[in-house]
Design a protein around this ligand. Structure first.
Ligand SMILES: NC(=O)c1ccc[n+]([C@@H]2O[C@H](COP(=O)([O-])OP(=O)(O)OC[C@H]3O[C@@H](n4cnc5c(N)ncnc54)[C@H](O)[C@@H]3O)[C@@H](O)[C@H]2O)c1
Length: 301
């Protein structure tokens, strides 16, 4: 399904990205396995995770190279794309998957915690995507996949940095899809649910939180890969600018923001008129302060 294609996957040394790398190699792609080999919080670095995945791919008869540059820096991100060109002479698929967490309630969040998460997720996704863009444009084809999260799409406690980055990625993906459609380039997002070390790092103190974590353990990282392979292949050539969600054996096409209710007043609005006329008309439609788990409230299956 991906024969002849070169796929670059960031953060592919473990978790969801590792499964993407293995599945894309099995589908015939030559794979660049990028991973900084860092902790969930983004501390430390090692080339070992990326190299290990490359060995696994080669042992299964596939083709892959490792790269341990950070996505969170422009020149390093360019080296990741260059690694694909140096090894295989082309690049067809870019998967922005690398990620870290620095969870903290908003009122306690340090600037450094904000910046580190924005740098890896949002800036990193831009850097790697932007570095590949001239090659996609030149060859009049290419496919971007970006990992977003229901923490951004819906909401979650203690993740202002992560939610902002992940919703920013949705805007980035849609913009790429619009700007590069004329060059045959596509861009889509996946919001995964999967038990990985990242999810394992979520604090579970209350009984409610512990029960939720037990359910999360049943969601395997490998379950995200079929959608990623599909979206990277020519089978999905009509799909761009979309947001998907995967939870074990469930796939979702997610909604995108559109006007929900309108209010019109011929003589214009005053603050009091908004309170008196628009608010009563809208009250029933106002969104609750939902978290991801309130919306995805049933057990994964
Ligand atoms: N697991 C889930 O349920 C879930 C939910 C929503 C979104 N996501 C997203 O899916 C993606 C993969 O997450 P995961 O759960 O597999 O986590 P993970 O921690 O297992 O994998 C993330 C990988 O990214 C690498 N990385 C971190 N910073 C990097 C950098 N600067 N440059 C290159 N590599 C870097 C890490 O070394 C790690 O191997 C992330 O973007 C995450 O936000 C995951």
């Amino acid at each position: 399904m991906l024969a002849g294609k070169v796929a670059l996957i960031t953060g592919a040394g473990g978790g969801i990205g590792r499964e993407f790398a293995l599945a894309m190699a099995r589908a015939g792609a030559r794979v660049v396995v990028n991973d900084l080999g860092t902790s969930v919080q983004g501390e430390g670095a090692s080339s070992a995770p990326a190299e290990k995945v490359v060995q696994e791919i080669r042992a299964a008869g596939g083709q892959a190279i490792a790269n341990a540059d950070s996505v969170a820096e422009w020149t390093a991100a360019n080296r990741i794309v260059q690694a694909a060109l140096d090894a295989y002479g082309r690049i067809d698929v870019v998967v922005n998957n690398a990620g870290i967490l620095r969870d903290r309630f908003f009122f306690n969040m340090a600037v450094e915690e904000w910046r580190a998460v924005i740098d890896v997720h949002l800036n990193g996704s831009f850097y790697v995507a932007r570095a590949a863009a001239p090659h996609f444009k030149g060859q009049q084809s290419g496919c971007y996949l970006h990992m977003t999260s229901t923490s951004g799409l819906v909401g979650n406690l203690g993740q202002a940095n992560y939610a902002a980055a992940k919703l920013g990625i949705v805007g980035l993906s849609k913009s790429i899809a619009l700007d590069m459609a004329k060059y045959g380039v596509r861009s889509n997002c996946i919001a995964p649910f999967a038990w990985s070390r990242m999810i394992g790092s979520i604090p579970a103190e209350t009984e409610d939180q512990k029960a939720r974590v037990e359910k999360l353990k049943s969601m395997e990282t490998a379950k995200i890969a079929p959608l990623a392979v599909f979206l990277s292949s020519d089978l999905s050539k009509e799909i761009s600018g979309q947001i998907f969600c995967v939870r074990a054996n469930e796939l979702f096409l997610m909604s995108q923001s559109r006007p929900l209710k309108a209010a019109y007043r011929a003589k214009g609005w005053t603050p009091q008129a908004i309170a008196d006329e628009a608010l009563p008309a809208w009250r029933e439609s106002l969104y609750k302060l939902d978290r991801s788990q309130d919306v995805f409230s049933w057990d994964p299956r």
